[in-house]
Structure formats: C-alpha cells, structure tokens
Write a protein that binds this ligand. Structure first.
Ligand SMILES: Nc1ncnc2c1ncn2[C@@H]1O[C@H](COP(=O)(O)OP(=O)(O)OP(=O)(O)O)[C@@H](O)[C@H]1O
Length: 296
C-alpha cells in the first residue's frame, strides 16, 4: 500500500445555492482542500448544515461543485462511478429484491460479462463477510435496520470500489447495533485496506475508525478549520480505545472544536497564518499536541 498515493484530491471546492430570499446565492462551503490517501480512512465532522452531505455528493459525482474540483484516482469527478461506492444514511435497498438480488444487481453492473454462478459466488463472499449468511433470500422488509445496513455495506464492498463513501451510515441504528457494525466495518476495512471517507456526527466513531479527521466549521461559508491526525494506535478496538492515554486528548480536542471553535473560527481564518490549501494538522496526545503545516 502506497500511503503517499492520493486517491481523492479535493481542490478549492465551493458549493453555493440560490438564496432562499430569492436574491443572489448562499455559499454553503468554499475553499475546501484536503485529500484521502490510498488505504486511508478519513472522517469529516461538522455541525448540521455545514455541507457535509453536499460535499459527499460532489465526491460521489451526484452533485456538481460551483467551483473547484474533485480528482479521483487522477481524473476529475463529473458523474457517479462504480469506483466510488456510496453507503447512505438510509439503506437505499430495492425492496422487491432479496439480499442476494440487491447485491447481485450491483455486481452485474460492475462485471456484466460474469455469468450468474460467478456473480452469486462473489456476492456470497460479501454476504458472509457481513454475517448475513442464511438471509440471502430475505427481502428488506424482513430485515432489521442493522441487517439492512449490513446489506448496504456488502453491496458497496462487492463492487470492489477504489473508495468507499459513507454518509452517517449508522446514525439511524440503536447504540448496540451501531457499536457492533462499527467493529465489523473496522475489521473489514483493515483486512481489505479499503480507502474510505465517512461523514459522522459521532466523535467516538471518528476516533475508532479514522486515520485523519477533517473538521468543518459551521455554515454558511463553512471552511476546513483543521485536520486532526489520530494519535491512537492503529490496532485499537472500541472496548480498549478509552483506556489509551491519547483517547481523552483526542476526544477533548474534537469536543472543543464542535462546542466552540466551529463557531469562532472566523477569527482564526482572519489570521495571516491560515492557508486553506494547507489547513493546520494537529495530533492531540497525552504528551502534548503536535501541530504541523504539511505541504500538499
Ligand atoms: N439542492 C439544494 N438547494 C438549496 N439548498 C441546499 C440544497 N442542498 C443542500 N442545501 C443547503 O445546503 C446546506 C448544507 O446541507 P447539507 O445537507 O449538505 O448539510 P449537512 O452538513 O450534511 O447537514 P446534516 O448534518 O444535518 O445532514 C443546508 O443549508 C441546505 O439547506
């Protein structure tokens, strides 16, 4: 795995919509620059309305930026691609199809030349991976919320995307189901070295899953305030991460951002040292935070 290979490059992205007053435009976010490297898990955190879903939709090719670009594996994103699979908040499953049918539909789009037997064997691997063995012939209405989201994960991974894009995939689930799915996702992603980008409101989810966390200030005119490097060991689990000395420095830094800095960032933005192309990179840790400006 080449950590330096940037699979996604977000370059000066801006999205504006016609303002509700009918005059001019309202900028949701602008001058957004960051990247996602091969094999990396990047989370985006920000308050409601800062444009997280809009940004993810642009990464997926489902929406167009007002200005700026997204480069995915060397090419400008202009439309959806099977190289970028999306897992939505809702399950977005086809209700008339079985678990196998939903996954097979995606797999047959990816590899139209494969015969049914080959497709089914491929789908089965991913059904087994998300622990849905035995539920192949069930329809979405016969599944719990967690099972439906497992189908969404299996379907996204089965097309072997270069990047997995996730928009708060566990937010509608109860805490226990969310926890077990986070654990499973962590294991699957580590095993496959899957490059991933996830939007979340959940600080612990971000600390558990991500290598880096992009902090967005409040909208309108949201900006990337900072990039936080995860200072916990890569081999963390949900049950042991709280005991690591770097856990509270990480958590407190993220809470402080959401409670205060996401609102007051305009003052930091005005400081001469802030460069949107190279937002500050901070690594909160028990032995003191390290802050560095990293050239992109
Ligand atoms: N098609 C659209 N037309 C006009 N305004 C839009 C459109 N889509 C999004 N917006 C506005 O853009 C802003 C950001 O919306 P978005 O859903 O991206 O935020 P978010 O950070 O994902 O919020 P949440 O965390 O609540 O899901 C909101 O003010 C929303 O009203």
């Amino acid at each position: 795995m080449n950590k330096a290979n940037k699979i996604i490059k977000v370059e000066g992205l801006e999205r504006s919509f016609p303002s509700t007053e009918g005059k001019g435009e309202t900028q949701v976010f602008g001058d957004v620059w960051f990247d996602v490297k091969e094999g990396e898990f990047v989370c985006l955190i920000g308050h409601s309305g800062c444009g997280k879903t809009t940004l993810l939709n642009i990464l997926a090719g489902l929406d167009q930026a007002t200005s700026g670009h997204v480069i995915a594996d060397g090419f400008a994103v202009e439309k959806p691609s099977l190289d970028r699979a999306v897992i939505f908040q809702g399950h977005a499953l086809m209700p008339w199809m079985t678990v196998m049918g939903n996954i097979d539909f995606a797999v047959s789009s990816r590899w139209p030349a494969w015969d049914k037997e080959k497709r089914r064997a491929h789908c089965q691997q991913f059904i087994d991976m998300v622990h849905l063995t035995g539920s192949e012939n069930k329809k979405p209405a016969q599944l719990s919320g967690g099972m439906k989201q497992r189908v969404g994960i299996a379907r996204a991974l089965a097309i072997e995307p270069k990047v997995l894009l996730m928009d708060e995939p566990f937010s509608a689930l109860d805490a226990l189901t969310r926890g077990s799915l986070q654990d499973e996702l962590l294991g699957i992603i580590a095993q496959r070295g899957q490059t991933s980008f996830m939007i979340t409101h959940d600080i612990d989810e971000a600390i558990l899953l991500s290598d880096r966390i992009v902090l967005m200030t409040n909208g309108p005119e949201a900006r990337v305030c900072e990039i936080v490097e995860n200072s916990l060991p890569k081999e963390r689990t949900r049950s042991d991460m709280h005991t690591h000395p770097n856990y509270y420095p990480m958590r407190n830094h993220l809470i402080e951002f959401l409670v205060n800095r996401s609102k007051s960032f305009r003052e930091e933005l005005a400081s001469a040292s802030y460069d949107p192309k190279n937002p500050p990179v901070v690594r909160p840790a028990a032995d003191g935070d390290t802050l560095n400006q990293v050239a992109s």
